[in-house]
Write a protein that binds this ligand. Structure first.
Ligand SMILES: *Cc1c(COP(=O)(O)O)cnc(C)c1O
Length: 354
């Protein structure tokens, strides 16, 4: 038995993996693999239609928004967002590596104002109370900072259109989508396998910039064509549909949020209690999705030993990102309480031995 704490690509519910494996052998009783069928077939059209409808239902996405399934990952959205929205000036909240990468792309299109940054403390907290320039075309935020284990688990009030990278916390809590102009992310953290990005966009805000936009990079193309302008990532979309169904059957995003709270509480409580370990993120900014912790200075040399010990117990993927060090336990929707309990038991046993 393995418990998968990988940060991304990451754990998916067993039912989802199984359904995808089955469809790879025989999709809908067609005798063909999902990998082999045309994206414009009736059978696949039903898949993408249902995935978009379920996405809207689960997040209660209001009228006037489109859901898109695109290739290119979240990183292509770093460029598509300013291409489609930045006329003169954009505001960015700098909460880590991914936010910085998004800013770098935006600078190719216009002026970028960093409204606040937590770089001074290695991105261990979410800045609060910063001023948002009212003449910015939009404010960009990263709601969950996958590497540093910090999260904005609330919907910010912004006087300008709000755009959010939700790669690593989408569908883990209810979101007031009406507060956002656009939400995007890579699907490989909480929805599907790699190769797919999701976008939720408020249609009426598109088409306001004066520049020409290449067809594939213009959100209007994908809204108009229902994400079928070209061949979309067929299998990852199929997997996304299975995950969305699984979320619906397991209490929806409210159910996901409650379980995320429970898992995170148990693990953070142990990190705070255990003599050997300490958390890295400031308490008010702690992520429920990526739980980062290190050995206290006096126990630092036990790092490799703990990783080996955890690995023996079937705990996979808890090595921290090199920019933070230590450990990172990703606790996405598919993580079970059993997995968290196994990690806690491992930490307690390790404490007794050392
Ligand atoms: C993983 C991640 C990305 C990058 O996603 P790709 O799909 O690999 O481009 C961007 N933002 C956040 C918050 C992430 O966690």
């Amino acid at each position: 038995m393995k418990y998968n704490f990988n940060a991304g690509p990451s754990a998916l519910p067993q039912e989802v993996v199984k359904a995808t494996a089955d469809a790879c052998l025989d999709f809908n009783g067609t005798g063909l693999s999902i990998m082999e069928i045309g994206h414009r077939t009736k059978d696949f059209q039903a898949v993408i239609d249902e995935a978009m409808a379920l996405f809207k239902e689960l997040l209660q996405i209001p009228e006037g928004y489109s859901v898109l399934f695109l290739g290119g990952g979240a990183s292509l959205e770093f460029c598509m967002v300013p291409y489609n929205f930045l006329e003169r000036k954009a505001a960015y909240l700098n909460t880590g590596v991914w936010a910085s990468k998004a800013m770098k792309e935006a600078k190719l299109f216009g002026e970028v104002v960093e409204v606040a940054s937590s770089a001074d403390k290695n991105f261990t907290y979410i800045p609060q109370g910063f001023a948002i320039p009212e003449d910015a075309d939009y404010l960009h935020i990263t709601t969950n900072n996958t590497i540093y284990g910090t999260e904005m688990r609330y919907d910010l009030d912004s006087p300008v259109p709000l755009i959010a990278d939700m790669s690593s916390d989408i569908l883990s809590r209810p979101v007031d989508v009406s507060k956002y102009a656009l939400i995007y992310g890579g699907a490989q953290k909480n929805i599907s396998m790699a190769g797919l990005a999701f976008v939720i966009v408020k249609d009426e805000l598109l088409g306001k910039v004066s520049r020409q936009i290449p067809t594939m990079l213009d959100y209007r193309t994908h809204v108009k064509e229902g994400s079928m302008f070209n061949t979309p990532p067929v299998v990852p979309i199929y997997t996304a549909l299975q995950t969305l169904k699984w979320i619906k059957a397991n209490g929806g995003v409210q159910g996901m949020a409650e379980r995320a709270q429970q898992r995170a509480k148990v693990l953070y409580d142990e990190i705070d209690r255990n003599r050997l370990f300490q958390g890295t993120a400031r308490e008010d900014s702690r992520s429920l999705m990526n739980i980062t912790f290190v050995l206290k200075d006096e126990y630092k040399d036990l790092q490799d030993k703990f990783l080996a010990f955890a690995s023996e117990k079937g705990l996979v993927g808890i090595k921290g990102h090199r920019l933070v060090g230590g450990f990172r336990a990703s606790s996405y929707n598919a993580m079970t309480m059993e997995g968290i309990n196994a990690l806690v038991a491992c930490m307690q046993e390790f404490e007794k031995q050392n």
